[in-house]
Design a protein around this ligand. Structure first.
Ligand code: TXA
Ligand code: MG
Length: 343
């Protein structure tokens, strides 16, 4: 059966989502927007509903989900031992694209956390996400909206084919604001560990006077024998079906030359900055914008688009790994299965 569709693209009558909230209450799944990416939501306290999310996505059971709340009062039932650093992070960045891993209470079903004794909590700033939580009257567990392994959905058009019929409702509000998933952090011994980079950067957190540690798997390849704080890191992600490589150089001329060498004689798609659009020897070029914000906003939809050309290779221009660049490079390295040329 097809999913029911709620159009909020040019409309801010949020009461239209009430039937979807009713659906959440009844243990069904709803595809909804957040400021980062779309999510597939279910009542976080309903074990059966949460299991259905894993089935809909084809997601590994040991990869835990984020629980979304609409206001700070909701958190007390869900977690314990909130420290001063976590409180300051909440005060500063919530509502917004920051997820904080905390000790869970028994009310959180084990299926959400993949058996861990911690749970990831986020208070989104997107008004539709918040209203959906409020109208449903429960915290909402939601992973990014995509089949496991594929780029996260930033536009309903990109994900409708893979998710239509797997959720009861689809709430469409057009393209999301940010375009990559939230920053995930966990405080251990007074140090803020970045488990997944996002719009809230390590620099933003350091500005509060806290020590920050960037988990090395964020830019390196995951080694099966290493213990990871964030199980999501282990899995193939964001990957188009076409072979994909990432090229970066501080020197724009070298970058263009290296990419042209790699696409020579091949049917290739190049995903590049606006200013480099006419520098590559291929007919298939996709414009990712110029600023880090634009690139963040476009990257997932372009990886999906690039895959549709049935090319031999997709080549993506990399960016510097500072600030928001860290989140972009983390997603691109994984999309390219760490096929990375730095020159
Ligand atoms: O922006 C976002 O965070 C989006 C929107 C929908 O809110 N959600 C999202 O969820 O990206 P998902 O499931 O695609 O990614 C959740 C990430 C995974 O990398 C997972 O390993 C990590 O959060 N995570 C969840 N619970 C955790 C925990 N208890 N400890 C460590 N990492 C955790
Ligand atoms: Mg995801």
């Amino acid at each position: 059966m097809k999913s029911k569709y709620i159009d909020l693209k040019n409309d801010n009558d949020y009461t239209k989502i009430k039937p979807a909230a009713e659906s959440i209450k009844q243990g069904k799944l709803v595809l909804f927007p957040t400021e980062t990416v779309y999510g597939i939501g279910a009542n976080a306290l309903d074990e059966k509903a949460v299991k259905d999310i894993f089935i809909a996505k084809g997601r590994a059971q040991d990869n835990p989900l984020i629980v979304h709340i609409a206001n700070i009062e909701m958190i007390n039932k869900l977690v314990k031992n909130i420290g001063n650093i976590e409180l300051k992070l909440m005060e500063t960045f919530w509502p917004g694209p920051l997820t904080i891993v905390l000790k869970k209470t028994p009310i959180i079903p084990k299926v959400i956390t993949g058996g861990l004794d911690t749970v990831a909590i986020r208070m989104p700033s997107n008004i539709i996400a918040r209203k959906l939580i409020e109208y449903s009257g429960c915290p909402i567990a939601a992973p990014s909206a995509n089949i496991s392994g594929k780029p996260s959905g930033t536009l309903v058009e990109d994900i409708i084919d893979e998710l239509d019929g797997k959720v009861d409702y689809i709430i469409d509000s057009g393209k999301v604001d940010i375009g990559v998933e939230s920053t995930v952090v966990r405080v251990v011994d007074d140090i803020v560990h970045i488990l997944r980079p996002g719009k809230i950067t390590p620099e933003d957190i350091q500005k509060l006077g806290f020590k920050v540690f960037i988990e090395k798997q964020i830019l390196g390849e995951y080694n099966k024998n290493e213990k990871v704080l964030s199980p999501g890191i282990k899995y193939r992600h964001y990957a188009p079906s076409t072979k994909c490589i990432l090229v970066y150089s501080k020197d724009e001329e070298k970058l263009v030359q290296k990419i042209n060498e790699n696409i020579q004689g091949k049917k290739a798609v190049v995903i590049c900055k606006t200013g480099n659009m006419n520098k590559y020897n291929t007919d298939y070029k996709l414009d990712m914008g110029e600023t880090l914000e634009e690139i963040t906003n476009n990257i997932f939809t372009l990886l999906r688009k690039a895959d549709k050309y049935n090319a031999e290779i997709i080549v993506v221009e990399g960016v510097q790994k500072d600030g928001l660049g860290l989140a972009i490079m983390n997603r691109l390295l994984r999309a390219c299965s760490h096929e990375f040329i730095e020159c």
